[in-house]
Design a protein around this ligand. Structure first.
Ligand code: HAM
Length: 426
């Protein structure tokens, strides 16, 4: 048999202990913020029926699906969590107490073109609120993103959140170029989401593609791109139909964000529309202000997703925050912690005759809640002390023949540099 390759598939990651510790450290922060806001953790299978994800042709995510046929079933690894969450909400729609605040930390799979901070599997922290139609939900979600960034020590000027409203764009287009073709709005959003990546000319070209679902005239396509240039709400107001509710909602959202103390960290940006078709209202993305990385997180309101899946109408808003971009940013900002192997005490038997006594000591300490490494074999004491030092252990319990005869262990306190004795049995 050929030797198996030692490399994991391109775009996937092995997590050796050092990386795993970092990952858990980050997930702990995700969990702590979610729990501080009283969101409850849920989970769903990593494999779903492929049709759950193949709703909208044109979305990049559909082309990036890892999918396969098995026993006549067409299955897919989840590229995102939102459809699974929607499926779960739909299955219990009658009995759920709303608003429901749910969070997840899950691995997702997308066959993406790889760039810094983008892989083919990544973990995502999702926070979603179901059953709240007002922008208080979006404010709570955006507030949580900043809570996380603060907890990770990211300085406020390093990350901002760009906010827009698809409803605002939709109202403008329905009053104008899409007056007779409202169904072209979702595919149009998917195309204009690529503006940063492919540039205005390519976007105009795709908007005008006669064979596609949008098929605008060139002048109309350029008008659409023009609408995306607004960088503050007053400018957006000047281009929108008078009295649009979406604009009032955005103003209210910015007011609420002021109460969260994050007004300086959010900006209106009409070019943010997001690449997923299901968003219907406010949309937002966090980005590093140096512009070196792709979005740290993205989300928004998706009030019609449940209906498109055949369920009742329940308003919803949420975001997904990946693990990869934030780790790149923390690395750049030199904010990654040095996480030692977590050990409180080491217990060392000088010879195999003293091992039973060492086991008793280790068991007693573990039962008391300490993290204890029972040294295996009988390496040189110098090596054991070196290991203890590196892992940040507080104490080393030494069991030599003399100590065991007397029913005690010698206890070295590494920080104080002192040594004392403790009975083996309490
Ligand atoms: P998304 O913008 O596709 O939204 O992904 C959210 C975040 O996941 C991104 O901002 C990024 O941090 C991370 N991410 C996505 N793809 C990759 C990748 N290939 N490699 C590394 N990180 C990645 C969603 O997935 C929506 N379902 C979010 C949502 C939840 N909207 C409402 N609720």
């Amino acid at each position: 048999m050929a030797k198996p390759t030692l490399q994991a598939p391109r775009g996937t990651r092995d997590f050796y202990p050092d990386e795993y510790r970092l990952r858990e450290w980050l997930f702990d922060h995700f969990r702590r913020v979610a729990k501080a806001c009283c969101f409850e953790e849920v989970d769903a299978p990593m494999v779903e029926h492929a049709e759950l994800f193949t709703r909208k042709a044109g979305e990049e995510i559909v082309q990036q699906l890892y999918h396969f046929e098995l026993h006549d079933r067409h299955l897919a690894l989840r590229p995102e969590m939102t459809p699974s969450i929607a499926r779960m909400v739909m299955a219990r729609a009658g009995g759920l107490r709303l608003p429901a605040r749910w969070f997840t930390i899950t691995q997702n799979w997308r066959y993406e073109r790889m760039t810094r901070g983008r892989g083919r599997e990544h973990f995502q922290w999702n926070m979603d609120i179901w059953g709240e139609p007002g922008v208080a939900a979006e404010a709570e979600l955006i507030g949580a993103v900043f809570q996380l960034l603060d907890a990770l020590g990211v300085p406020a000027p390093a990350v901002k959140i760009r906010i827009n409203s698809r409803a605002l764009l939709e109202e403008s287009l329905r009053a104008g170029v899409l007056a007779k073709r409202p169904e072209a709005f979702e595919p149009l959003c998917v195309v204009i989401d690529k503006l940063d990546k492919i540039g205005a000319d390519a976007v105009v070209e795709q908007l005008c593609d006669g064979a596609g679902p949008i098929g605008l005239a060139p002048a109309a396509a350029r008008d659409v791109v023009g609408l995306l240039e607004a960088r503050d709400l007053d400018e957006a107001a000047a281009r929108a139909p008078a009295g649009t509710p979406a604009l009032a909602e955005l103003r209210r959202l910015f007011e609420l964000l002021d109460a969260y103390g994050v007004a300086e960290r959010v900006v209106f940006d009409a070019s943010v529309v997001r690449g997923l078709a299901y968003y219907t209202g406010v949309v937002f993305e966090a980005f590093d202000t140096r512009g070196a990385l792709r979005a740290l997180c993205g989300g928004g309101r998706y009030d019609r997703l449940l209906e498109t899946l055949g369920g009742p109408a329940i308003p919803a808003a949420g975001f997904g925050f990946g693990d990869m971009v934030i780790l790149e940013l923390l690395k750049d900002l030199e904010l990654l912690p040095q996480l030692a192997r977590p050990v409180d005490d080491l217990v060392y038997a000088f010879g195999e005759d003293q091992r039973p006594a060492a086991i008793r000591v280790a068991s007693r300490l573990r039962a008391g809640g300490r993290r204890v490494e029972l040294v295996l074999g009988t390496p040189k004491l110098k090596r054991v002390l070196g290991d203890a030092d590196r892992s940040g252990a507080k104490r080393v319990f030494l069991l030599g023949p003399d100590e065991v005869d007397r029913g005690v262990a010698a206890v070295r306190d590494l920080a104080a540099g002192t040594q004392s004795e403790e009975p083996i049995e309490p």
